[in-house]
Design a binder for this molecule. Structure first.
Ligand SMILES: Cc1cc2nc3c(=O)[nH]c(=O)nc-3n(C[C@H](O)[C@H](O)[C@H](O)COP(=O)(O)OP(=O)(O)OC[C@H]3O[C@@H](n4cnc5c(N)ncnc54)[C@H](O)[C@@H]3O)c2cc1C
Length: 468
């Protein structure tokens, strides 16, 4: 018996229905998870994708983060395979532009939902929407089932390999494998889309726009800094203003607040205050800038965008040196090239470093939790230090990680590999055959001992550069 004021209670044990048996279960259908599920299914695994919303896409669709960064670097395309196929599918529906030299592809979030869902179903993935992963069952160090909460109650799904793409390492934590969370997390942002904007005037104002992405306007930023200095508006980022897909529409990354999305009470307070700030900022834009005088709120994210929470403790931690001096990891499954982009949680600023001319390599071991047997992750919960994470977190690279993790999971099922003892050569050959870019052309001498250099090729990020 417990009193109503006890700090803990014991949940009564009960039998749960096992609603399905799969080879691979993927938890979370964001950029990493949806591509992981497609890759697993195409490599022969009977695959279930569990997603809490009624659509996939993660931050790109639920939080309106619509520039997908970045597929190209200095003219070389370093992300191919299933991620590029998804973007081309969205482009065929007029919902993405994959021709841009910058490799930063704008997407229409509504079209991306449709293109991704079709890709999943055509690949034979079983989708389970409106299902919240809540727990798992273990046997002798292996995960045997995940438990989801949905309108049917609590039900279990069995599988041989599990992929955690929840962004916050929900499954890794439930399974009891170690995770870390920095003292200072990158801030969260409620992203929004406006209609009724004088985009022609904005085009004039930002005539040095790169690929349709308007760099931060000194005019707008400086005025907002003044208003922030006299406490009329809260801290903000950018603003980064993207032309959206229809005349008069823009998509804006501006609001910013320190939070921890894995703390439900704190994150609720953040949602409430950013909802207030959203309307305050729209009033300020209307009042201060003629281009926005007649603007109206078309849409805000159905949730505030979360850049960072938990990271796994992986078999390898991706570090700043790995970003700046590309390494020939034998288990390379993805590449990245985005600026090291760290937004301040307490000010209007951010730190950034442009990565060198060569893209860098991401090894599978960053995705495998230490001590696990049949579990792999992909996406923003990977094992990385602060600067490494500042670059690798962008969506094209998360998607490529998803292809690597999904393929590894399917090979583990079909060939009996464990995730920590993967046959790297087999994985690499399979990825190359399926269009993934995992070459070592970016490594000057793969045999050379790793050298820590003084980063001569690295530049401080110019203020106007597009960031995330
Ligand atoms: C404000 C902001 C701006 C950004 N700007 C850019 C940019 O310009 N370009 C760029 O490329 N990247 C940008 N990023 C980074 C990028 O959006 C993320 O790093 C990326 O989406 C991570 O992908 P993911 O699949 O790991 O996680 P997420 O996108 O977070 O997806 C996780 C998925 O899992 C689901 N899920 C979570 N928990 C559960 C659960 N318990 N049960 C069931 N489902 C669950 C979620 O609903 C979601 O679909 C930005 C991020 C933010 C927040």
């Amino acid at each position: 018996m417990t009193s109503g004021h006890s700090a803990t209670i014991r949940e009564p044990a009960k039998d749960l229905r096992v609603a399905g048996h799969y080879d691979v279960v993927v938890c979370g259908g964001g950029p990493a998870g949806l591509i992981a599920a497609v890759a697993a299914a195409r490599n022969g695994a009977k695959t279930l994708l569990i997603e809490r919303y009624g659509f996939v896409g993660g931050m790109s669709t639920s939080a309106l983060v619509t520039p997908i960064s970045e597929f190209r670097h200095f003219g070389k395309q370093h992300i191919g395979g299933i991620p590029f196929e998804l973007l081309k599918k969205a482009a065929d529906l007029d919902g993405a532009n994959v021709a841009l030299e910058s490799g930063n592809f704008p997407v229409n979030d509504e079209i991306l939902k449709l293109a991704a869902q079709r890709l999943l179903l055509e690949s034979g993935v079983t989708l389970l929407y409106h299902a919240w992963f809540s727990d798992c069952v273990m046997d002798d160090g292996r995960i045997t089932h995940v438990i989801v909460q949905n309108k049917a109650g609590r039900v279990a799904y069995a599988a041989r390999v599990f992929i955690d793409c929840t962004g916050d390492a929900d499954l890794v934590r439930a399974a009891g494998f170690p995770t870390v969370k920095g003292d200072v997390l990158q801030p969260a942002t409620l992203w929004f889309q406006l209609g009724g904007v004088d985009t022609d005037a904005l085009d004039y104002l930002f005539r040095d726009a790169v690929d349709g992405m308007l760099p931060v306007s000194a005019v707008i930023r400086n005025r907002l800094l003044e208003l922030n200095a006299c406490n009329e508006i809260p801290i903000f980022g950018g603003p980064w203003i993207n032309r959206f897909f229809h005349d008069g529409m823009v998509s804006i990354n501006l609001l910013r607040e320190a939070t921890d999305a894995s703390d439900p009470e704190w994150f609720t307070r953040t949602e409430c205050s950013l909802r207030e700030n959203l309307h305050l900022m729209i009033d300020v834009l209307r009042r201060e800038f003629p281009e926005f005088r007649n603007c109206w709120l078309a849409k805000s994210g159905i949730q505030t965008g979360v850049r960072e929470s938990y990271h796994i403790v992986g078999l390898y931690q991706l570090q700043k040196d790995d970003i700046l001096v590309p390494k020939a990891f034998p288990d390379t499954i993805a590449k990245g090239a985005h600026v090291i982009d760290i937004h301040s949680s307490s000010s209007n600023e951010q730190d950034g470093l442009v990565v060198p001319r060569q893209e860098y390599n991401v090894p599978l071991r960053c995705l495998v939790p230490q001590g696990s047997i049949n579990l792999v992750t992909a996406g923003r919960c990977l094992s990385a230090d602060g600067p490494g994470f500042g670059s690798v977190r962008v969506m094209a690279t998360c998607m490529a990680m998803g292809q690597g993790a999904g393929t590894a999971a399917a090979l583990a099922v079909s060939h009996g590999y464990s995730m920590s003892e993967m046959n790297f050569e087999h994985l690499r050959e399979t990825l190359i055959a399926q269009g993934a870019v995992v070459d070592f052309d970016n490594v000057v001498n793969p045999q050379a001992p790793i050298e820590i250099v003084d980063y001569p090729a690295v530049e401080k990020m110019p203020a106007a550069l597009e960031t995330t």
